[in-house]
Design a protein around this ligand. Structure first.
Ligand SMILES: Cc1ncc(COP(=O)(O)O)c(C=O)c1O
Length: 380
């Protein structure tokens, strides 16, 4: 059987990884400033993480959600404490799309309504409702267009009020910092206005923290930069450091009913062990402090390069915008300088999503590489 060929692949085969480095089958080491789409939070194969998962699989890896699983309770308590969202309730699933799918479904149950407001250039995943609220026609099949979705510009609260006043909207879903879209973000005034309008029109406010959460923005959740209180927060990516796990944090005002959400694999023992270990490492190694320190250093370095037209994002969710298409530059970074970076819908933007353990010396290496490649040549 052949693989279903949906991914354009780089010709690199990683077989080993440690902290911020990935090694291929020829022994070539790469500096990973992309973390496999922002997934690697505590560093590849962190010893504490490996130990915790190894220990867990020797005891029990999986049983269904029909029995008690104290690891889920431990994970919920730890996540509540570290994120400052102790009052919220946790539902566990397996991916970011699934988290958003469940969040939207819950919003619809709660309000009895179906229309969703999302934002231009948003990305929320590839399952039915999650892809429908993703602003990209190319990845939406006719099946997905059954959902009723309105896309609005970021930072336009007047347009939002016009939509919410129609009283048929169940949810507003928004990324605190757009990932795939290219690192645009709403202002604090806008986020506060979104919160106010959602309260006024009794609409559920969903913050998609799948990419920006778990410390990546310099706070545990990126919405915390704006002092708002979402009704539902969705998480995945950094939560398991590569072990597939996602979740939704549900405000206490939303009450659970048996059967309203469910999953076979979500919250299994092994996934919980991975996710607990991630939180322990984030806390013990003060990784959020590291994010802020390395981020400030990155901004300083980037500002000194005249070829960089805009520095976007926060923390270690960053974008460098140039006035040319960066595809060639990114290829040179990979094949000549052995540094992984990311792209986005914005063809002029390099996306930087390193493990949260990255150090200043790695940032130095990246900027030295950029200078060596003589970025000005890339404009031709
Ligand atoms: C903001 C955001 N939401 C949701 C998703 C979907 O997550 P997953 O690929 O785990 O389904 C992504 C993935 O890139 C994302 O960046």
């Amino acid at each position: 059987m052949k693989l279903f060929d949906v991914y354009p692949l780089y010709n690199i085969t990683p077989i080993n990884a440690q902290d911020v480095f990935v090694t291929d089958e020829k022994g070539q080491e790469y500096l990973d400033l992309y973390g496999g789409h922002g997934v690697i939070s505590i560093g590849h194969t962190h010893p504490k993480y490996v130990e915790k998962i190894t220990d867990q699989i020797q005891k029990i890896g999986f049983y269904s959600n029909a029995v008690q699983n104290p690891l889920q309770v431990e994970l919920a308590e730890k996540l509540g404490k570290l994120s400052g969202c102790e009052d919220y309730q946790l539902f566990l699933c397996n991916s970011g799309a699934e988290a958003n799918e469940n969040a939207l479904k819950l919003a619809s149950f709660e309000t009895g309504k179906a229309r969703i407001v999302a934002f231009e250039n948003a990305f929320h995943g590839r399952t039915s409702a999650a892809v429908a609220v993703t602003d990209n026609e190319k990845i939406n099949a006719p099946l997905n267009s059954q959902h009723s979705v309105s896309f609005l510009p970021l930072n336009d609260s007047e347009a939002l009020e016009i939509e919410l006043a129609k009283n048929d909207v169940c949810a507003v879903i928004i990324e605190p910092i757009q990932g795939v879209g290219g690192l645009d973000q709403g202002t604090t005034d806008f986020f506060k206005e979104v919160e106010k309008l959602c309260r006024k029109y009794k609409v559920i406010l969903i913050l998609d923290e799948v990419q920006s959460g778990y410390g990546r923005s310099g706070k545990f959740f990126a919405f915390q930069h704006h002092q708002i209180e979402p009704d539902i927060i969705t998480v995945a990516k950094g939560m398991g450091n590569g072990f597939p796990i996602g979740g939704i944090l549900v405000h206490p005002k939303i009450k659970a009913k048996y059967g309203m959400l469910g999953t076979t694999f979500g919250g299994n023992h092994l996934a919980c062990a991975a996710a607990i270990s991630v939180l322990e490492v984030i806390e013990n190694e003060k990784l959020i402090d590291n994010v802020n320190e390395v981020s400030a250093y990155f901004f300083e370095k980037a500002k000194s390069l005249p070829q960089v037209k805009k520095i976007k994002g926060r923390g270690l969710m960053l974008g460098l915008e140039f006035d040319f298409d960066v595809a060639e530059l990114r290829k040179k970074l990979i094949y000549e300088e052995h540094i992984f970076t990311g792209g986005s819908n914005n063809k002029n933007l390099i996306r930087i999503l390193p493990p949260l353990t990255v150090k200043k010396e790695h940032i130095d290496r990246f900027f030295e590489a950029l200078i060596r490649i003589e970025m000005l040549d890339m404009r031709i």
